[in-house]
Design a protein around this ligand. Structure first.
Ligand code: SAM
Length: 442
């Protein structure tokens, strides 16, 4: 049911346009069947902007996804309820299970990176900072700890940056924590600098943008539930991309659906479920063919070679390089890959990983490295995919199409759930779907 003003807006021809734009901009299909409440929110927005519905619709069309009116619409239709230490049982699981695991695994690197995706006014990100500072100050001393909060709601991000909260936001905190971590200010509570250090906020749209980095831990709570199934599944894949190998994901309680367990490995605790990026399948090495044995142009679909598992030394090299890539240490990763390639001249893996590292340093050199990987293993689908991605990015659609066709030919006939060589847990179906999304189709 809408208010009177809302009901009037419902019969305005601009309403369907505003509704369509609100959903398209945010991915919030939640609004598809809630015309009354949506109309009420839009009435408030129109009154604030002092424009009629038709004028706003026209302005949104002119702005084409970016501009003041667009941001005002996004801010108006996003649901930002949050508070400090929401779902305390999840913070207990973080304290008992997740953070100790990450400290153990990251000890050699002494870094910890966390993403609060859909962070609203930042209470979630600061809660985590408070937890880390209060409970893990000793083991994390000297570490580089980074917490990134992102959202599409610009007003929420402004609040997050101000770090100033009302009583409602801190309602679940004990007096001890409140006074230890906040300073009272004009009837509100400001997070103390020690707990703001290492926490930053940035705009990011989960429904349309790739992840803003790789993280050890991602909290994406009470966001997916507002998306439709297709958007949710796409965002889940993107969240997986955002996680380092075996990294952790926390969702809201209402979001633990079967679709999640298809992408992540659940860890069911008495009071909550945590998810992990599935551990790496021991990659079956891509087939190594000497140059003379390269296949003819029209080749039958080739299955990834089931060869002897990699030696412990190669496994270590690969794990080390993956770690460096996860950390964004691309130059060091490239140096390691070159040494690896020198030691194992017929192995395509170092060239493939070298390509991944060089993508961030020199696209031309990356292309050369991926081509060397394909020279040694012509049906290494991931190398074709990387080249497809690079050529699409450069707008060179001829070579992009050739790699698309070769890759699809290599994948044809393989079971869609089969993991790919060098792809960690990435499957044939996922790679094919990603390539289709990128285009270009033949
Ligand atoms: C209910 S709040 C959740 C806040 C916090 N994660 C929590 O659980 O307490 C949902 C947040 O998701 C944000 N959001 C909605 N759609 C989004 C999108 N497409 N990309 C990024 N954030 C989005 C909203 O702006 C809102 O701040």
């Amino acid at each position: 049911m809408a208010t009177n003003k809302g009901a009037r807006l419902l019969s305005d021809p601009a309403f369907p346009v505003l509704k369509e734009k609100a959903i398209a901009l945010t991915g919030l299909s939640y609004w598809s069947d809630k015309d009354g409440p949506l109309a009420d929110l839009l009435v408030q927005l129109l009154e604030r902007l002092r424009v009629p519905a038709g004028a706003l619709a026209r302005r949104l069309t002119q702005e084409d996804g970016q501009g003041g009116a667009t941001q005002a619409l996004v801010d108006a239709v996003t649901v930002g309820e949050t508070f400090f230490f929401r779902y305390r049982e999840q913070f207990e699981a973080l304290e008992q299970v997740v953070i100790p695991d990450l400290i153990e695994r990251n000890r050699p690197l002494r870094t910890l990176s966390v993403w609060s995706a859909g962070c609203s006014n930042g209470a979630e990100a600061y809660s985590l900072s408070i937890l880390l500072n209060r409970r893990f100050a000793v083991p994390l001393a000297g570490w580089e700890v980074a917490i990134l909060g992102t959202d599409i709601n610009a007003s929420a991000l402004a609040e997050a940056n101000a770090a100033l909260y009302g009583d409602w936001s801190v309602r679940d905190l004990s007096e001890d924590v409140l006074h230890e971590c906040f300073t009272p200010q004009g009837g509100r509570w400001r997070v103390k600098p020690a707990y703001r250090q290492g926490v930053r906020f940035a705009p990011h749209n989960l429904a349309t943008q790739p992840p803003p980095g790789r993280f050890d831990l991602v909290l994406c709570r009470n966001v997916l539930m507002y998306f439709d199934g297709e958007t949710r599944d796409r965002v889940l894949l993107s969240l997986r991309e955002a996680l380092v190998e075996s990294g952790w994901l926390l969702l809201g309680h209402a979001e633990t659906q079967p679709a999640v367990a298809e992408v992540f490995a659940p860890l069911v605790l008495p009071d909550c479920t945590l998810y992990r990026r599935k551990a790496a399948q021991k990659p079956k090495p891509a087939p190594v063919r000497p140059p003379a044995a390269r296949p003819p142009v029209a080749r039958p679909p080739a299955a990834p070679a089931a060869k002897a598992p990699p030696s412990a030394e190669m496994w270590d090299l690969e794990a080390c390089v993956r770690r460096l890539l996860d950390r964004g240490e691309f130059s060091v990763a490239a140096t390691r890959c070159r040494a690896w390639a020198d030691a194992h001249p017929l192995d395509p893996a170092p060239h493939y990983f070298l390509g991944l590292a060089l993508e961030h340093l020199s696209e031309d050199l990356a292309i050369a490295a991926f081509r060397r990987a394909l020279f040694l293993a012509p049906n290494l689908a991931l190398a074709h995919f990387s080249l497809l991605r690079l050529f699409v990015r450069r707008g060179e659609y001829g070579p992009a199409r050739r790699h698309y066709v070769s890759m699809m030919a290599d994948l044809a006939g393989l079971p869609i759930h089969q993991p790919l060589p060098l792809g960690m847990d990435l499957t044939v179906g996922e790679l094919a779907a990603a390539a289709r999304r990128l285009g270009p189709s033949p």
